[in-house]
Design a protein around this ligand. Structure first.
Ligand code: GDP
Length: 360
């Protein structure tokens, strides 16, 4: 049966629920759509909406936390809302960070998270100090070193940040070395990129025949790139790598702190960009992915040869190609895969020249 495409508000809610569901032991009790003001302002909601929300939260017996689907709330606002509702309040930044933290396995991912936490610590510090200031001129309190409390804390944070950056740089160099060794005898690598839920996992599963891959459960399942082997029409073997999925309004500096993970994309031979063509924001999503890719300083031949996949065409009544060179695919029903494989092969042959390994 034909499913009707969802509205943007429904999708935002679905994405928010998927985000919270990713956290083990968290269950969504209720979903409420309420217009928010500029989240950087002191008041996230209008007065009336705030009351409606407060009443609703108080009526729910087992609320242990509230997730606001906004990118960032100030630590002051967070404190005020927590005071009013009596439970911890999270924004997208803290939830995404928490998911990242739960899933980080490698030392590099852990360091990246520690780095992404620094702005939070900084804003908590500022908030705490402004309260102290009100109480007793706290930030002007002189420590033994002759610094104010604020200066000491800021220095500690700065030193910590520098330490993490240095450690990351060291790991990055080590990774480059390993990569150089690996490349001497390697299969071509295809990076599969796109928004969360666009069908990346399903597509890789369809292209590689890997039964073990679990679509849907993969939302941030791994921060480290996962690789899967598949064959092209001429039996050429390729490695498909699934990178972290894009998310609407993913906090920008979080993405940046994970650019080391995305950095591997620069060393692939081809990029396949998967889009859910039924998503109402699909054009905007494409622009976001392309702009993130551009910021990664990829070699121009990679940017020029991106394979555009329009996925989920089975959900559209009559698919109309909106762009030249895009391939219409249904990863779920196996439609358009042969054409896609041929296109991947053609582009890899151009990109890699002679270093093709054929396995019969
Ligand atoms: P990812 O987050 O990009 O890895 O997306 P998934 O592969 O996990 O897919 C997200 C959801 O979209 C799953 O429920 C899939 O079954 C569904 N899906 C993926 N491809 C298609 C498709 O071609 N058609 C339809 N109808 N659903 C699809």
């Amino acid at each position: 049966p034909q499913k009707s495409p969802l509205t943007t508000a429904e999708l935002q809610i679905a994405e928010a629920v998927a985000l919270v569901d990713t956290l083990q032991n968290w269950t969504v009790l209720d979903k409420i759509i309420i217009p928010t003001k500029n989240p950087n302002k002191k008041f996230v909601f209008g007065k009336g909406n705030f009351q409606v929300l407060t009443e609703k939260i108080k009526k729910l017996p087992h609320v242990t936390a509230v997730f606001l689907n906004v990118e960032r709330i100030s630590s002051l606002t967070k404190k005020e809302l927590e005071g009013a509702w009596g439970v911890p309040v999270f924004d997208r930044y803290t939830v995404v960070l928490h998911i990242f933290r739960c899933n980080a396995r490698t030392k590099e991912a852990k360091l990246q998270i520690a780095l992404a936490e620094i702005p939070l610590l900084r804003s908590n510090l500022k908030n705490e100090l402004s309260q102290r200031d009100q109480q007793r001129g706290g930030s002007r309190y002189i420590m033994g070193s002759g610094e104010t409390f604020l200066e000491t804390q800021n220095r500690v944070l700065k030193e910590r940040e520098l330490k993490i950056r240095n450690a990351l740089e060291k790991l990055r160099r080590k990774r480059a070395l390993l990569r150089a060794q690996r490349r001497k005898c390697e299969f071509p690598m295809v990076s599969v990129m796109g928004y969360t839920n666009s069908g990346k996992t399903t597509l890789i599963k369809a292209l590689t025949g890997e039964a073990g891959l679990q679509p849907r459960d993969q939302l941030f399942a791994t921060l480290d790139i996962t690789a899967h082997a598949g064959y092209l029409p001429s039996h050429m073997a390729v490695i498909y790598v699934d990178t972290i999925g894009f998310l609407t309004d993913l906090p920008h500096n979080l993405v940046e702190s994970f650019s080391a993970t995305l950095e591997e994309v620069a060393y692939s031979d081809l990029i396949v960009h998967v889009r859910d063509i039924t998503h109402p924001e699909t054009i905007l999503q494409k622009a976001t992915v392309l702009s993130v890719l551009r910021n990664l300083n990829l070699p121009s031949h990679l940017l020029d040869s991106i394979v555009e996949v329009h996925n989920k065409v089975d959900l559209t009544e009559r698919y109309k190609p909106t762009e030249d060179n895009a391939l219409a695919v249904s990863a779920l029903h196996g439609y358009g895969l042969e054409e896609l494989k041929q296109e991947i092969e053609k582009k890899i042959l151009t990109a890699t020249g002679k270093k093709i390994l054929t396995v019969n």
